[in-house]
Every structure is written in structure tokens, then in C-alpha cells.
Design a protein around this ligand. Structure first.
Ligand SMILES: [Zn+2]
Length: 237
């Protein structure tokens, strides 16, 4: 007998692998890397990855696109005998759609305690007063799903640092068109907490990172009271 592990083509592990393949496509397209597949009677009937940026559509999460494609294949809006495999816990929008299509089963990789709606931040998939409840399986191939997201946001932060270099860094990046974007100056640490407008950076100024702003005279607009993304995956997907 061979020592090769047997691949169970019906297993959650296998289907999550297919969702991970979709997530990697999102990664390559510089989208938040979330992938999803819909399975029915042991076969994949729809695949999708997050395409919010590509389609300029905030609803183009992997789950939404996969569910719509599955509805076309089934020829019905009811997906009662289908399972969704998605690399990250669904957000409230996607969880709402999952309940609407009467999906039987949702399997996801990494939980999202801040924005997840399958038990992370809230549980819409098993909400007592809603007329449909889904079975939830969490943590399938979690490490791989998490690593993909972490790598993506690490790259994003790296790019952001290139656009907003530290004091003394090369002037090449400063003179690039991207670094001329207004106000990402709170990334330099001049975003005081508790909020104090007197100590804050100003939009349309390039903070030098040492408290001195290189701003035109008379520009007194205060910094917007929004925090920078902390690199978690609550933006898209
Ligand atoms: Zn979503």
C-alpha cells in the first residue's frame, strides 16, 4: 500500500483548499484575499474571490459573487442543499445573503472577532428570530487562511511606508505622485490618543514625523477623526 495520504474529495479540508485557491487569485489581483466556493451534492457549482476593487463594488465580496453564481447554476434562489466554503468568516452583508438563500451549511477558515457575523462579532446565521438557521463549521485550514490575509496586509503596510517614508529617507518617494496624496500623516504616530487637535497632524500637510508640519501658511484644518486601519481584515471580504 502507498504511504501517500488519501485525498478525500468530499471533505471540508478539500473544499476549503478550493476556496483558498480563489483567495490566492484575489491576492494576486491586490484584493483582500478572501475566496469562496459553493458545493452541492459533493461537487463545486460556483467559485469566486473578492473583487471589490476590480469591480468598484462594495458588495462584490467572494461569498456574494459565489452565491449569485450558484443561484444561476441551480436555477433557483433557494440553495437549501448547498454548502458555502469561505476562507474568512462572513461579514454581516454576506451572512444576510446566506440566510436569504437558505444555505444549509457554512464552513469558514479564519474567524473575524471584529466584523464576523457567524459567531465572531455577532451570529446572524443562527439568529433566533430569523426563519432560517445554518450549520456553522469554523477553523478549517485556519492557519493557511490567516497567513494569506496577514501577508496581504503586511504588504499593504510596506507599500504605505514607501509612500510615507520616515524622516531622512530618500526624496524619491516623497516626490512621487502617490506620496502627494493628502494626509496619511497619522501613520507617523502624530495621531494622538486621547484625541487632541492641538497635537494632531493636519490634512494636506506632510508631517515630518517629528512634530513639525511642512504646511502652507494659513492651512488650519484639523486632522479627520478617523483612525488608520490597524491591518485587520475588516475592510473588505
Ligand atoms: Zn462579506
Amino acid at each position: 500500500m502507498s504511504d501517500e495520504p488519501v485525498i478525500d474529495l468530499q471533505s471540508d479540508h478539500y473544499f476549503m483548499g478550493e476556496a483558498l485557491r480563489q483567495a490566492k487569485k484575489a491576492f494576486e489581483a491586490e484584493e483582500v484575499p478572501v475566496g469562496a466556493v459553493v458545493a452541492r451534492e459533493g461537487r463545486i457549482i460556483a467559485r469566486a474571490f473578492n473583487q471589490v476593487e476590480l469591480l468598484k463594488d462594495a458588495t462584490a465580496h467572494a461569498e456574494m459573487l459565489a452565491l449569485t453564481a450558484a443561484e444561476v447554476v441551480v436555477g433557483d434562489w433557494r440553495l437549501t442543499d448547498c454548502a458555502l466554503y469561505v476562507t474568512k468568516e462572513p461579514c454581516p452583508m454576506c451572512a444576510g445573503a446566506i440566510v436569504q438563500v437558505r444555505l444549509a451549511r457554512v464552513v469558514f477558515g479564519v474567524s473575524d472577532p471584529k466584523g464576523g457575523a457567524a459567531g465572531g462579532a455577532l451570529n446572524l446565521l443562527q439568529f433566533p428570530s430569523l426563519n432560517h438557521h445554518c450549520e456553522i463549521i469554523r477553523g478549517v485550514r485556519e492557519a493557511e487562511c490567516r497567513a494569506l490575509l496577514q501577508n496581504f496586509f503586511a504588504e499593504q503596510r510596506q507599500r504605505s511606508r514607501v509612500r510615507s517614508p520616515a524622516p531622512g529617507a530618500s526624496d524619491t518617494a516623497i516626490s512621487s505622485p502617490q506620496s502627494a496624496k493628502p494626509a496619511r500623516s497619522f501613520r507617523c504616530g502624530r495621531f494622538p490618543w486621547p484625541w487632541d487637535p492641538a497635537r494632531a497632524c493636519r490634512p494636506r500637510r506632510r508631517c515630518n514625523g517629528d512634530g513639525r508640519d511642512s504646511a502652507p501658511p494659513g492651512d488650519t484644518m484639523s486632522h479627520p477623526t478617523v483612525a488608520a486601519s490597524d491591518g485587520t481584515w475588516d475592510a473588505n471580504g
